[in-house]
Design a protein around this ligand. Structure first.
Ligand code: GRF
Length: 197
């Protein structure tokens, strides 16, 4: 199974996926990394690992339509079977969503459907979890559709919220769990236990 990972910033989830594939825990290969941020650590991680890395953004190409065509061309070139959004800060164009229907997944750092939707990303999520006095949060992996964080949930795991947690401390605990959970769930996807539709 050929995976394309889309990421905008740090790429620690991307790294966990690449490492999981290299150690054969995930029966797949990351064949391309796409970022809308030319300076992202995610692109540098891809280059370090010898994975083809692409900076593709609407700003660079002048329109969302052209960006979508460029993205689809990269996906075709690398015979991509599945797309994983690991901290990708953009909505995908409808042409990409349709072509890869059921085959696009996102990771979200909370227990959806709680703490999801537009504006619920990064530290905003963890701040909201703490303000709501939740005793537990977690990680959700879901299919991607045309609305933020609302596609079918394929896997979830819980992470405790501790009494003196700051958003930063909680974010670090959740991110650490993301790295192992990604390997578990992508292993299930690559083995066909979670279907690609
Ligand atoms: C993760 O918290 C993930 O849940 C969210 O974006 C973050 C990505 O972190 N979608 P990193 O860039 O992989 O370190």
């Amino acid at each position: 199974m050929n995976i394309a990972v889309f990421a905008s910033h740090g790429g620690s989830d991307l790294q966990a996926i690449i490492d999981g594939c290299k150690s054969n825990k995930i029966n797949a290969e990351v064949v391309a990394v796409i970022s809308n941020n030319g300076d992202s650590m995610a692109l540098r991680r891809a280059l370090n690992e010898g994975v083809p890395a692409y900076y593709l953004s609407a700003k660079k190409f002048g329109s969302e339509e052209t960006l979508a065509k460029e993205i689809l061309a990269v996906l075709t070139t690398h015979k991509v079977d599945m797309i994983f959004l690991a901290g990708y800060m953009r909505m995908l164009h409808i042409t990409v969503l349709e072509k890869y229907n059921n085959r696009i997944f996102n990771i979200h750092p909370a227990l959806l459907p709680k703490f999801g939707g537009k504006g619920m990303y990064g530290m905003n999520v963890h701040t909201a979890v703490i303000e709501a006095k939740e005793k537990e949060t977690g990680v959700t992996i879901h299919r991607v559709n045309a609305e933020y964080d609302s596609g079918e949930i394929v896997a979830q795991t819980k992470v405790p919220v501790l009494e003196n947690d700051t958003p930063e401390i909680l974010a670090a605990r959740v991110l650490e769990r993301e790295h192992s959970f990604l390997v578990e769930v992508l292993s299930d996807i690559s083995d066909g236990k979670i279907s690609l539709g």
